[in-house]
Each structure stands twice: as structure tokens, then as C-alpha cells.
Design a protein. Structure first.
Length: 591
């Protein structure tokens, strides 16, 4: 009987449902189901408990329309907080177990140092970026890979979507100069510029796959501000070789040493939070892992065949999808391939926004891109965990309007409070929520402080603890500023005032006071209005609200101060919020 082979990048859903392991054979599906049920159970019970306690607080002196609105805000805020808490707890427990914990979360990670057999294209999509800055990073990636002895297995493609003629000409010159410095390597360095920016970055990558994908098994997308070291790239390639059903393998990206005070503080905390959070999420998400769009290996054949993005119908949240990466991840999983994250640090870097204004603008673009997932939740054939990931990606940004509304209602709620109001329970619930919101970072800080060798990499326990204290205050201020900004961005989106994905600032510049006032005055006015109203109604309630109101009230001086070069230089001299790559620089971590 003739056997008709199916395309290797597509596994029928019915056949896959009969498997006892994930597509790559890495884990038992029964094990993952048990993990997911346990994770859902603790999250569900925690959420129910917190909502019950919030209801007891709000309804203690009778229910009003304001109480019901505040309860609805809590229902929107708490799921993301609870999930972050349990991811952090799970991740910290796994990290404490050492290699056994890593094996439980990333069973693909332990592979032999086999010869590199797969050809990989390292691609850097660009749009109106500084070409010399971007290509200097790509050249360092090449030099690092060449130093491993496996450089011939890698090629480098600069994928330009630039529409500024001067920048496009500079790109061509920069690539020509690079190839001239690399005699014999010109066939491994290529430049292509599209006439249009159709589909944004996702369209750029799909265009590369259509033109050149047949020449390579894998591609490694790098952003203009990201870089990787050769040994880490080889590790990932070997994992993809060992497991042909791995479709996307995401590395854990950390920030490069930064001169900007904002970037220094931000990346210090982000790094500590991402480590336990990603480890915990990898434990239960398994083969339905994340894709962040860069610093990840992608198997080209299934990506080109199955991960093309739809264009959403016109209207609010319509048009091309801005946040392409998570959709590509769930489509890769639907095609019968695993999407995994390697939740360990090492050799994978990116720059973080240099100022507060750059950060909130980037978050607003991500927010609008993630909200588009609402229109994709009914896509057929998605794995349940993949569908939940889309829900979670939307849920992450619902905190912003919910918290903004809760703050706006605070003076009215304080005015309505009676002697029956359970102040002690309310205070405990509020402090517990604040602590749970910071749980990923607290877990990361605890991990480093518990290990003298780990703390030494950051300059010692005392210096690390001081940096952690500074960052926690900073992150609390930034959180409420960001919530107000995202709420405004959502309002513009619902009014169908859509913005594209514009070039991002890469280098720090001092923010003038006038610019900060012009961009942030609405948030400051909101903070003053809510703060003064609450102070007039209840000085006690005002004091309790300060952790959340301080951000809007101080947003202008915060933006200016954290952009000052002199402050960044002082922090650098004293090692405040320093990271290991700053104290012991490596080739991939240079800006």
C-alpha cells in the first residue's frame, strides 16, 4: 500500500491529540496537564479568596455603585497579580533545586556538544535605525560565532524597511564597509531593502523566508538593539538539532550595561523579576512557550508555512497586527511544533528604553498590539494553553484602566465610608496586593541575596541590596505613571486613532523640563485632583494612597532626573544598580 507522506511541518490535530508526549517527545502530556491543573487551582483559589476579601471590605457598610465599580476593578487587576505571584513562587522553588529544577522546566536544555549540522541565518530587521550602531552589533555577533570555529554555518542578512532615503543610503554604505573588512565572507553577508513596510516586522521576516528561507534550516532574528554571544547561539542550535519538533526556542534576554539612569534602574529590576517568572511559567506552559520576536531560534519551514499573520478588519484594533510574536508562537504550536523558552541567563542581550518617555511610548505600542488579540481568540485549532496565553496577554494590560478608575473613585469611596468600614482588613489586603505585585522581583532579589557567589557578581550583598531598594521605589512610581499612560492609549485606540510601529530611541538624552511638563502634565493633574480630593475627605485614606499617587505626582521630576547623564555617571562610579556584565564586561554585552 502506498504511503503518502504529510508535510513535516504540519501534524494533524486529531493525530496529535492521540500522542502521549509533546510533539518533540520532551514531556508527558499527562504530566503537563497535572501541572496546569495545579497551577490553575492555586490561581483560582487565590483569586477567589482575594475577591472575597475585597467584597467583604467594600460591602461592609452596604453596597453602592462606587463599591460595585471598585469590585469590578479588582476583578480585572487581580488575575495578573495572582499569576505573577505563583509564577515567581514556582520559579524560585525550581531555581533552588538547581539542575533538577531546570530539567523540570526545560527538559531540552541538556544536550551534547555535537557538531553544528544546521545552517542558520541571523537576520536583523531595520527601519530607520542608526545603521552603524546596529551593524556594529551584528558584526560582533559574527566575530563571536567565528571564534567558536562554526562560523561557516551562519549567514547574516540585514532586512531593511527604512523609508528615509538618507538612512537607506547609509545602510548600504555600512554593509559595504562591513563586507570590505571581511574578505571571503561577502557571500555570507547580505542586504535587502523592501519598497514598502507591509506587515511591519512580521511581514519583513516572512518576505525573507519567501526569498531566502529554503537555504537555511533556522533563523535567528535580532533587533537593532539586541545581540547574542556565539557560545549561547551554538547551545540553542544544538537543542534545535537534537529536537526537530522544536519550532521556536526563545532565549532569556537581559539588559546591556546602560549609561542612562532610567535604563540602569529599570533593567536591574526587570532582570531579577524575569528570571524566576520565566522559570515558573516554563514549568507549566511547557511546549506552549513564549516568543518575544528576537534573540530566539526559529525553524524556517513551519514558520513560513504556518505563521503568517492575518490582517484584521478595519475599525478599533484593526489592521496589521502590531505585536506579532505571541501570535506566531501560538500558530507554530498549532502547526504541531513546540515553542520553548530557555529560562537561564547567559549570552543574550538587549537595550532597554533610555528614558521614561521612551518606555511608556513603547509600552503603549505593545498594549495596543496585545489588545488586538481579542479579535483572534476564536482562531480555530489553537491548543487550550495557547488560547489562554492570548487571554493572559490581553489581561496584562487591563490592569491599567482598572487601576486608573479605582484611583479616580477613591475620594468618593472615602466619602462614603462609615464606622463599619473594616480598615484593618482593607490595609492588609492593600499591602498584600502591593507585595504580590512585586513578587517576581522580590523572588529574584531573594535568590541573589541568598547566594554569596551570586551577590558577588553584582558587587556584593550590600551594594545589591541598595540597588534593590532603589529599584523597588522606582518601579512603584513607574507603575502608576504607566497605568495612566496606557489608559490614555487605550482610549485613543478605541476611538480608532491608530498609530504605527515607529523607530525607537536607543541612546539616552536629557529630557528638558519643558518637554516633561508638556508630555506628563495630564498625569500630574490627575494625581493632584485625586490626591487633594482624597486629602480633603480623609487624610488617612490619602496617606494610604500615596504609594500609587506618588507616581503621577512626581512623574515630571522623575522623568527629568532619570534622564540626567550626571546621575547615570554617578551611579556607574558607585556601582549602583550595576549588573554583572558591567562589572565584568563580555563581548555581547557592549552597547
Amino acid at each position: 500500500m502506498m504511503h503518502v507522506a504529510r508535510p513535516p511541518h504540519r501534524v494533524p490535530e486529531i493525530a496529535e491529540s492521540l500522542l502521549s508526549t509533546t510533539p518533540a517527545g520532551l514531556q508527558s502530556l499527562a504530566t503537563l496537564r497535572r501541572r496546569r491543573r495545579a497551577f490553575a487551582l492555586v490561581n483560582g483559589l487565590s483569586f477567589a479568596l482575594l475577591v472575597g476579601l475585597l467584597g467583604a471590605v467594600l460591602g461592609a457598610d452596604g453596597w453602592s455603585g462606587v463599591d460595585l465599580a471598585l469590585l469590578a476593578c479588582g476583578v480585572l487587576i487581580l488575575p495578573w497579580t495572582v499569576m505573577g505571584f505563583w509564577n515567581a513562587v514556582t520559579g524560585l522553588a525550581l531555581i533552588a533545586r538547581g539542575p533538577a529544577g531546570l530539567a523540570a522546566a526545560a527538559p531540552f536544555a541538556d544536550v551534547a556538544a555535537d557538531p553544528i549540522r544546521l545552517d542558520t541565518a541571523i537576520v536583523m530587521p531595520l527601519r530607520n535605525e542608526d545603521p552603524r550602531r546596529a551593524l556594529s552589533r551584528l558584526a560582533r555577533v559574527k566575530a563571536s560565532l567565528d571564534a567558536t570555529g562554526w562560523g561557516e554555518r551562519f549567514a547574516y542578512h540585514v532586512l531593511s524597511d527604512s523609508d528615509d532615503p538618507a538612512i537607506a543610503a547609509a545602510e548600504e554604505r555600512a554593509v559595504a564597509e562591513w563586507t570590505a573588512r571581511e574578505p571571503g565572507a561577502s557571500e555570507r553577508i547580505a542586504y535587502r531593502r523592501r519598497a514598502t513596510n507591509a506587515g511591519y516586522k512580521a511581514g519583513n521576516l516572512q518576505d525573507f523566508c519567501a526569498r531566502h528561507g529554503a537555504r537555511y534550516a533556522l533563523m535567528l532574528p535580532l533587533d537593532a538593539d539586541s545581540a547574542m554571544e556565539g557560545p549561547r547561539i551554538l547551545d540553542l542550535v544544538r537543542m534545535m538539532q537534537a529536537h526537530p519538533k522544536l519550532g521556536i526556542l526563545q532565549s532569556l534576554v537581559v539588559g546591556t550595561p546602560a549609561a542612562s539612569p532610567f535604563a540602569r534602574i529599570f533593567q536591574f529590576g526587570m532582570r531579577q523579576g524575569m528570571r524566576p517568572y520565566t522559570m515558573g511559567a516554563a514549568w507549566w506552559a511547557g511546549e506552549c512557550g513564549p516568543f518575544w520576536g528576537h534573540n530566539a531560534l526559529v525553524r524556517i519551514a513551519p514558520f513560513a508555512h504556518s505563521c503568517r499573520l492575518p490582517t484584521l478588519p478595519p475599525g478599533p484594533l484593526g489592521g496589521p497586527i502590531l505585536s506579532h510574536d505571541q501570535i506566531e508562537a501560538v500558530l507554530m504550536r498549532r502547526a504541531g511544533y513546540e515553542v520553548r523558552v530557555l529560562p537561564t541567563e547567559g549570552g543574550s542581550f538587549e537595550d532597554n528604553p533610555p528614558t521614561l518617555l521612551d518606555h511608556v511610548e513603547r509600552e503603549a505600542r505593545w498594549c495596543l498590539g496585545n489588545l488586538q488579540y481579542v479579535r483572534l481568540l476564536a482562531m480555530p485549532g489553537l491548543a487550550p494553553t495557547s488560547r489562554f496565553q492570548l487571554v493572559a496577554a490581553v489581561m496584562m494590560f487591563l490592569t491599567a484602566p482598572a487601576l486608573t478608575l479605582a484611583l479616580a473613585l477613591l475620594p468618593v469611596a472615602a466619602l462614603q465610608a462609615t464606622d463599619a468600614f473594616p480598615a484593618g482588613l482593607a490595609a492588609g489586603l492593600y499591602l498584600g496586593w502591593l507585595a504580590a505585585s512585586m513578587a517576581p522581583k522580590l523572588a529574584g532579589y531573594a535568590e541573589i541575596l541568598a547566594s554569596e557567589p551570586s551577590a558577588r557578581r553584582y558587587g556584593g550583598r550590600a551594594r545589591f541590596a541598595l540597588g534593590a531598594a532603589v529599584e523597588l521605589v522606582f518601579s512603584l512610581l513607574l507603575f502608576s505613571v504607566l497605568c495612566l499612560w496606557l489608559t490614555a492609549a487605550m482610549g485613543r485606540s478605541l476611538a480608532n486613532r491608530r498609530s504605527g510601529w515607529n523607530p525607537q530611541a536607543r541612546d539616552g538624552t536629557r529630557i528638558p523640563l519643558a518637554l516633561a511638563c508638556r508630555r506628563l502634565w495630564i498625569g500630574t493633574a490627575f494625581g493632584l485632583a485625586v490626591g487633594l480630593s482624597t486629602l480633603w475627605v480623609s487624610p488617612t485614606a490619602f496617606l494610604w494612597s500615596l504609594p500609587l499617587l506618588a507616581g503621577p505626582l512626581l512623574s515630571i521630576p522623575l522623568a527629568v532626573a532619570t534622564s540626567l547623564p550626571a546621575l547615570g555617571q554617578a551611579m556607574g562610579r558607585n556601582g549602583l544598580c550595576a549588573i554583572p556584565e558591567e562589572l565584568a564586561p563580555g563581548p555581547g554585552a557592549r552597547a
